[in-house]
Design a protein around this ligand. Structure first.
Ligand code: NDP
Length: 246
């Protein structure tokens, strides 16, 4: 049976691979992001429906609701990224209030991008989620291995999901986290990793290779499949064994 799927951040990288998977199996897929160009490219390729939305902005989510159907079977909270990458550090010479304000702004940006965005989106569509459906958040190995406010946000996502899984479970909806390790060839790390750091990340896996977006999409697809109906409140690592070998 065809289902209705919402994939946030579905225009690029991991989200795009997830969109491809569901579209290929005949589901009706809505994908979101802040930039129109990647959304249109993915929509043209897959037949999915593009909607511009910044998931940190309540007014954007209200507009998104108006464009979505009344029933959603699967929500994939994939939008996110490390907002510290490329961001300016607090400059020297600020007084204490200014320095702390700048630090708080930078810290909150990661919480907003990776935790608040997923919670807001879930809250927005919760009433429309159908029994028998699934919610999957894209977490990160950074939740367990440290990465400042980004790692804290992804750890918070897994912690908050326990509460969500309890609430949605009463309606026969599962809620899980897929936690990737280093996934190559997405915008997340493109142009920021040195060749040496890439080699370190690959060496830290047990399987000797970086992950690709389809590796994550496969795990997401499983958690949304009938085979996973009794799995909820879990974190599924997709990291080639990096959590063991780092
Ligand atoms: P990408 O940068 O390609 O994907 C992130 C997507 O999210 C983009 O399409 C971006 O589109 C969208 N996005 C970001 N912020 C928002 C927002 N506020 N509202 C709407 N859309 C947003 O990288 P990945 O595919 O690698 O990342 C996908 C997820 O996987 C992220 O949550 C990331 O933290 C996680 N992850 C990635 C890893 C990796 O190694 N690549 C490892 C572990 C986790 P736009 O900019 O147009 O809004």
């Amino acid at each position: 049976m065809s289902r209705t799927i919402l994939v946030t951040g579905g225009g690029t990288g991991i989200g795009r691979a997830v969109v491809r998977h569901f579209a290929h199996q005949g589901d009706t897929v809505f994908l979101t992001g802040r930039r129109l160009a990647p959304l249109t490219a993915t929509a043209d390729e897959t037949g999915a429906k593009p909607l511009v939305c910044d998931h940190t902005d309540p007014s954007h989510l209200a507009a998104l609701l108006a464009a979505l159907p009344g029933r959603i079977d699967v929500l994939i909270n994939n939008a996110g990224g490390n907002t510290d990458i490329g961001a300016d550090q607090e400059p020297d010479g600020l007084d204490a209030t200014a320095a702390l304000t700048a630090y708080a702004t930078r810290f909150r940006a990661n919480l907003d991008a990776n935790l608040v965005s997923a919670a807001l989106t879930t809250y927005a569509v919760a009433d429309r989620l159908a029994g028998g459906g699934a919610v999957v958040h894209i977490g990160s190995i950074a939740a367990d291995q440290g990465a400042g406010s980004y790692g804290a946000a992804k750890a918070g996502l897994a912690a908050w999901n326990l509460d969500l899984a309890g609430e949605l479970g009463a309606r026969d909806i599962t809620a899980n986290v897929v936690s990737p390790g280093y996934i190559a060839d997405t915008e997340f790390f493109r142009d920021v990793l040195t060749a040496e750091r890439r080699e370190q990340l690959v060496a830290a896996t047990a399987v000797g290779r970086a992950g690709v977006p389809d590796d994550v999409a496969g795990a997401v697809a499983f958690l949304c499949s009938p085979a996973a109906r009794h799995i909820t409140g879990q974190v599924l690592n997709v990291n080639g064994g990096s959590h063991m070998t780092r």
